[in-house]
Ligand binder design. Sequence first.
Ligand SMILES: [Zn+2]
Length: 88
Amino acid sequence: MTSTETTFMYVAMCMGCGDMKAYDIPTDGYTKWKHGVKIQLAMPDVDKAIREFLKTQICGDCWDAMFALFEGDDKDVTPPSHVPPVTE
Ligand SMILES: [Zn+2]
């Protein structure tokens, strides 16, 4: 532990589950991100799930739930048929 990095408490409500989330975010990285630096470059040490939350306000648990849903359905996805049956 040699880090003297300044952090602040980022608090926001998850739009998915409505839970209040609080994360320690490096002030420097957050400022860089707000100035246009890609979030993964601005704060590489911050957990990916937390970075996603900063961007989307959706927590890691909700992402997991969503991906599970997509993956589970993937095989059976067929485009909805808007083509009327051909009748002669
Ligand atoms: Zn959530």
